[in-house]
Design a protein around this ligand. Structure first.
Ligand SMILES: *[C@@H]1O[C@H](CO)[C@@H](O)[C@H](O)[C@H]1NC(C)=O
Ligand SMILES: *[C@@H]1O[C@H](CO)[C@@H](O)[C@H](O)[C@H]1NC(C)=O
Length: 414
């Protein structure tokens, strides 16, 4: 009885974390002046300043399309748009970079348009496959030369954008990290001081139809390499452990593995003293014949703090020994899901555990640990081919050889 009470007390404390979480904002390139992830997790919240987008007549689409698991859906009419108020932070005035992931299903419409009721600097889709940009002069209503290219692919993701360098006058249209059109428009102070609209403006009857995610604004012209890096800021689908166990790594490699007892899912490999580790307990299923295992608990350890969540979503561990403001692991619970998150350096892990359904998902954002983690969820370097990296750092072709190296040696299970 005492044990049960103690356990309940632990659960109570672990779940009664302060309601107002202190979000450790990630650090981004200092020239990034606005970033709206436009996904299920972060919505239209500006990650840089307070210019949160105001959505009207748009929905969050949670269907997996390629690598992207959620985006905003625009219906292609005057009432379907997002407006981004501009407190001056994304008034770049001189050089700029605008980048956005678009999945067009319609003919034309605004992607990022400064000034809701007239022509300000604007990035558009102007034909089924045509991407377009025109920057306008700040004070004299002048327009610079347009740049356009027939490069957008319908019903697919396009990482589209423009860079403009005030000093050289070079303007470049980009698709998926490659320049598709360029020109020199001279040195123009550009009209970027107004609110921006995506999807619809008030004075033109072309409305964007399709999906959009990951809108970014910078106050300088990024290089092609930097644009490829910027693309990685966009939501990838989370790593998943489910079923008997079926796993999908951070880099998207899917496989099945029947391990038993505790295994490392993710571990800091940048250090002989790992900063963090996430383990899963696999146990044989008793409801079916043959060896099939599934996840029955997870253990998240950061520094000296540990959280164990079992198949009834009961949370135990030692993190109630830490003062709330010193805790690194944030735990909250919503219906059937326990959400756990922690941030180390610039990297945030967001974990969801549904004990009854034996489903665990892991999202990672940040660059400090790219390629520097190991475990059953792979090394998170963006390349799925080397995901069967064993605990000695070598890459295996055999799923069992790979998986067995991540079995926790000093743990015993009944
Ligand atoms: C949780 O994992 C950590 C290492 O990451 C380990 O030290 C600790 O003993 C584990 N806790 C349990 C209850 O298995
Ligand atoms: C909570 O869980 C129940 C039972 O699984 C489900 O029917 C309901 O939709 C869930 N509610 C929310 C808000 O997720």
């Amino acid at each position: 009885m005492l044990r049960i009470l103690v356990l309940i007390a632990v659960v109570g404390i672990a779940l009664s974390l302060p309601k107002e979480k202190v979000f450790q904002k990630r650090s981004y390139d200092p020239s990034m002046v606005a970033f709206w992830p436009l996904n299920a997790e972060q919505g239209t919240i500006d990650q840089i300043d307070s210019n949160d987008g105001l959505p009207t007549g748009v929905t969050v689409d949670n269907t997996k399309h390629g690598d992207i698991c959620s985006a905003y859906s625009f219906s292609g009419n005057s009432g379907s748009y997002i407006e981004f108020p501009n407190n001056g932070r994304f008034d770049t005035r001189f050089s700029t970079t605008l980048l956005v992931y678009v999945y067009p299903t319609g003919v034309a419409g605004p992607l990022f348009h400064y000034k809701r009721n007239n022509w300000g600097s604007h990035l558009w889709q102007t034909g089924p496959n045509e991407g377009f940009v025109r920057l306008t002069g700040r004070n004299d209503f002048s327009s610079t030369a347009e740049l356009k290219a027939n490069v957008l692919v319908q019903n697919d993701w396009n990482f589209f954008g423009v860079t403009y360098d005030y000093y050289s006058g070079e303007e470049k249209l980009y698709l998926n990290g490659a320049v598709v059109k360029s020109g020199n428009i001279g040195s123009v102070e550009i009209e970027t001081q107004y609110e921006a609209r995506m999807g619809a403006v008030t004075f033109d009857s072309r409305y964007y139809k399709g999906l959009v995610t990951c809108m970014q604004v910078y106050n300088r012209a990024l290089s092609p390499d930097e644009i490829i890096e910027a693309e990685k800021l966009c939501t990838k689908c989370p790593a998943v452990v489910s079923g008997d166990p079926h796993l999908t790594t951070f880099d998207g490699r899917a496989y099945s593995f029947q391990g038993t007892c505790w295994h490392t899912l993710v571990k800091d490999c940048s250090n002989t003293n790992p900063e963090f580790e996430i383990r899963a307990h696999f146990a044989p299923r008793d409801d079916i014949d043959g060896l099939k295992t599934r996840t029955v608990a997870v253990n998240v350890t950061v520094g000296k703090e540990s959280i164990i969540v079992d198949k009834n979503n009961k949370v135990s561990g030692n993190n109630n020994d830490f003062k709330p403001w010193k805790r690194q692991i944030d735990v909250s619970s919503n219906n059937n899901t326990v959400m756990i998150s922690f941030t180390v350096k610039d990297t945030t892990f967001t974990l969801h555990w549904n004990g009854r359904k034996h489903i665990f998902t892991a999202d990672v954002s940040g660059t400090a640990y790219r390629g520097k983690v190991g475990g059953l969820l792979g090394n998170a370097d963006g390349d799925s081919h080397n995901d069967f990296m064993m605990s000695d750092g070598k890459v295996s072709k055999d799923v069992n050889e790979f998986g067995d190296t991540w079995k926790v040696a000093d743990m015993r299970c009944e």
